[in-house]
Ligand binder design. Structure first.
Ligand code: FPP
Length: 221
């Protein structure tokens, strides 16, 4: 969800206003994905590297996140499973508790799975999975040669979610920025110049229409 800072700057507003608008757009686009029947969608909200930002910006993002978690009634009846990607350890206790509760309360939902990458890094995800495999091997439960791509995939924060089909990066940047690097091995990419707070349902429609024209070969012919 990139381009919030630039969106605010263009309007002479503090960067945090951009994040606030970005959070509203996240809710709208999340709802639109559900309406379209998309089964899995992931939003990259906060990376393992984003803690380096100025303290007031990090605090504003945590407050936005906290109020999103408070908005629990929104999820009732939407049949949407919420999953957080990344370690919850660095968040304040109240946020951690709400994250766990929300995951628990929506675990049974079999409509859309909405994954929110918060304190997420693709490399951290792989290290976290590798540690689990190493612990199983050290405990004698598996042998190193038992480790397969499928096993490691299942140990990633995304768990049983399928590999990524389409990555949409807004704001005119052409990078993956440590986003789901394992899961995106065969993903299609769509780059848009639209800043995230300006991103509309019609921009998602455009990305999906272009994706539908792609010829995916997965290394075959
Ligand atoms: C990157 O844009 C954006 C972020 C680091 C934060 C994205 C988070 C939200 C939109 C809100 C999250 C809230 C909830 C409820 C999940 P940038 O700040 O780097 O923009 P810039 O490149 O224009 O400076």
């Amino acid at each position: 969800m990139d381009g919030n800072g630039r969106w605010a700057k263009k309007r002479g507003l503090p960067r945090t206003f951009g994040h606030k608008e970005g959070a509203a757009v996240f809710r709208k686009i999340g709802d639109y994905c559900r309406k379209l029947g998309i089964r899995y969608v992931t939003f990259y909200a906060f990376s393992t590297e984003n803690w380096k930002r100025p303290a007031d910006e990090v605090a504003a993002l945590m407050d936005l996140f906290d109020s999103y978690l408070d908005d629990v009634e929104r999820y009732a009846g939407r049949n949407t499973r919420i999953v957080f990607l990344g370690s919850k350890a660095p968040f304040r206790q109240s946020i951690r508790d709400k994250m766990l509760k929300l995951e628990e309360n929506t675990r049974h939902c079999d409509g859309m799975t909405l994954m929110l990458a918060m304190n997420y890094g693709g490399r951290d995800d792989i290290v976290h999975a590798a540690k689990q495999a190493a612990e199983l091997a050290a405990g004698g439960f598996i042998k190193p040669e038992d480790i397969t791509e499928e096993m490691l995939s299942g140990m990633l924060y995304t768990g049983d979610a399928p590999d990524v089909d389409l990555v949409i990066r807004p704001s005119g940047e052409y990078r993956l920025s440590n986003f789901l690097i394992w899961q995106c091995a065969y993903a299609e990419y769509y780059f848009s110049d639209v800043l995230w707070p300006d991103f509309k349902a019609s921009d998602l429609d455009k990305a999906l229409a272009e994706y539908a024209e792609r010829n995916r070969r997965f290394g075959g012919v």
